[in-house]
Design a protein around this ligand. Structure first.
Ligand code: ATP
Ligand code: MG
Length: 268
């Protein structure tokens, strides 16, 4: 069996082929021992290729030799393959944004990627600030709660400042994330409101950096991948809206969080 693994900072993603079909599976990176024993128990004679920051930590725990490949190249190969399979080829020229624990931004031209930017604001920021503000640790619970929250209780919009007069930019834009301080003091927001606003902050930082790079590199399409989009339509909507606002086309690739693992699989 051919197996590709992307051992990231938070999640370990596995892609493998059985009877000509592609399968996916993920573990928390802190459960790396469990992942290694699952791999050992589940496959006879595997051909394994690993990528990601925790490649070496994982390879050491396997009882078979594993090849390693460079993460950025594997991710590019994997996403190109996934997009082709979905009959949605990415073309010759695009930007991709990997929102993992942190965020990494790449420009792809003629199949070659170049890392053009990034930010420490990513999926880990949601989990970290989310925990500090609400004491919640479970990703699915955090996302679920956020979907019931209302950012209007926390974030200051342009129209809140331009009280009664016509603002020079859309009144619906965020003027200040977490900026409704006077109201926050009077009436503390609920945990769901805070979590929704954290997602807003993360999404708006990422889309601001990404869209400026798309303009700079003259790329029309921005492909967003990474497990941070898992079960998180709110993050997707924010990023989609702002990407369209600057006239670029956002693309959220199905199973995009497995791009690195698929790229590693292709390199076995
Ligand atoms: P990096 O590439 O930065 O090393 P990574 O590859 O581990 O990190 P991803 O797996 O793409 O990163 O995304 C991790 C993020 O996905 C988390 O920070 C969290 O916001 C989100 N996430 C989705 N599902 C889960 C889950 N089951 N447990 C924890 N985080 C999750
Ligand atoms: Mg990653």
């Amino acid at each position: 069996t051919k197996i590709g693994i992307d051992a990231g900072g938070t999640l370990l993603k596995i892609a493998y082929v059985e009877n000509d079909a592609l399968y996916y599976r993920s573990f928390r990176s802190r459960d790396i021992d469990r992942a290694a024993s699952w791999l050992t128990d589940h496959f006879e004679n595997p051909a394994i290729c690993v990528t990601g920051g925790k490649s070496h930590a994982l390879a050491e725990k396997l009882n078979v030799p594993a090849k390693t490949v460079l993460e950025f190249d594997a991710t590019t190969q994997g996403m190109t393959y996934l997009a082709d399979q979905l009959n949605h080829p990415l073309g010759n020229d695009f930007l991709f944004v990997n929102v993992g624990t942190g965020t990494s931004i790449h420009y792809v031209h003629d199949g070659k990627q170049e890392r053009v930017g990034g930010s420490g604001v990513g999926g880990g920021t949601l989990l970290g600030i989310g925990f500090l503000a609400t004491d919640m640790q479970d990703y699915e619970k955090i996302i679920q709660a956020a979907s019931e929250g209302n950012r209007e209780n926390v974030d200051l919009k342009v129209k809140d400042i331009f009280d009664g007069s016509v603002p020079p930019i859309s009144g619906d834009l965020t003027a200040s994330n977490f900026g409704k301080t006077e109201i926050l003091v009077e009436q503390p927001p609920s945990d769901p409101d805070i979590l929704a606003s954290i997602i807003g902050l993360v999404g708006e930082v990422i889309v601001t950096i990404s869209s400026q790079l798309a303009v700079q590199y003259d790329a029309d399409t921005i492909v967003y991948i990474g497990s941070s989009f898992r079960s998180n339509p709110l993050l997707q909507q924010i990023i989609e809206k702002y990407t369209r606002m600057i006239g670029k086309t956002p693309l959220f690739l199905e199973n995009g969080e497995y791009s690195g693992a698929v790229g590693a699989l292709l390199a076995t």
